[in-house]
Design a protein around this ligand. Structure first.
Ligand code: HEM
Length: 178
C-alpha cells in the first residue's frame, strides 16, 4: 500500500504523513503531550494497519486470553477480594473482552484517551494498586505473544506484530497510570 505526503484519516484518527521523515505518525487534535508520547514510542499509521490485521485472530482467541487473565488474577487473594466486593468475574471478563477488541480496532482518538482516564479512576476507586495493574498487563502481554506465535508463521510479520502490540500496551499503561 502506497502512502503519500498528506494529511488524511483512518476512521477518526488524523494521520500526518511525511515521507521525508519516514514514519507516518498519528496526531490527536488538541492532545500535544500525548502526540509527543505517540512519537516517542514510534506508534505510526503502519501500526494501526497491523492492528487491523491482528484483530480477527485476537477475536478468535479472546475467550482463552481473558480466561487465562482472570485465572492469574484469581490466584491472588487480594485481587479476588476486590472483584467480589465490586463486581463479578463474569462481568469483568465481558468488560475486558470488549476493551481488548476495542484496542485492536486502532481508533486512537480523544475517546480512546478519555476511556483510559475513566478506567484509571475506576481502578483507583476499587483500590487496585499500580503494581497489580502492571502485573496483570504483563500476563496479558504473555497471552498476546503466545497467540501471535500460534497464528503467524512468518518471522518478519511476527516481529512486527510483537512490536506493535507492545507499543499499544505501553500507550495504554502510560494513560492509565498517569
Ligand atoms: C473496571 C480494564 C486489571 C478490577 C475495569 C474497566 C475496564 C478495565 C475497561 C471498566 C471501566 C469503566 O467502567 O469504565 C482492565 C484492564 C486491566 C485491568 C485492561 C489490566 C490489564 C484489573 C485487575 C483487577 C481489576 C487486575 C483486579 C482486581 C476491576 C474492577 C472494576 C474494573 C473491580 C470495576 C468493575 C465494575 O464496576 O463493574 N477494568 N482492568 N481490573 N476493573 Fe479492571
Amino acid at each position: 500500500q502506497e502512502l503519500t505526503d498528506a494529511t488524511y484519516s483512518i476512521d477518526r484518527i488524523k494521520v500526518i504523513t511525511n515521507l521525508d521523515t519516514g514514519p507516518v505518525y498519528l496526531e490527536i487534535e488538541g492532545e500535544q503531550e500525548i502526540n509527543e508520547q505517540l512519537r516517542m514510542i514510534d506508534l505510526s499509521a503502519s501500526d494501526i494497519e497491523l492492528l487491523h490485521q491482528m484483530k480477527p485472530f485476537i477475536e478468535k482467541r479472546i475467550e482463552w486470553i481473558t480466561s487465562t487473565f482472570y485465572q492469574s488474577v484469581l490466584d491472588v487473594p487480594k485481587l479476588t477480594e476486590i472483584i467480589i466486593k465490586h463486581s463479578t468475574v463474569e462481568r469483568l471478563k465481558m468488560t475486558l473482552q470488549e476493551h481488548l477488541l476495542d484496542m485492536f480496532s486502532g481508533n486512537i482518538d480523544q475517546e480512546f484517551i478519555s476511556k483510559r482516564l475513566r478506567i484509571a479512576k475506576v481502578h483507583k476507586k476499587v483500590g487496585l494498586e499500580p503494581k497489580w495493574y502492571l502485573s496483570a498487563f504483563q500476563n496479558l502481554q504473555n497471552a498476546f505473544l503466545k497467540v501471535i506465535y500460534d497464528e503467524i508463521k512468518s518471522e518478519d510479520l511476527r516481529l512486527q506484530m510483537i512490536k506493535t502490540t507492545s507499543k499499544l500496551l505501553s500507550l495504554e499503561q502510560q494513560l492509565v497510570l498517569e
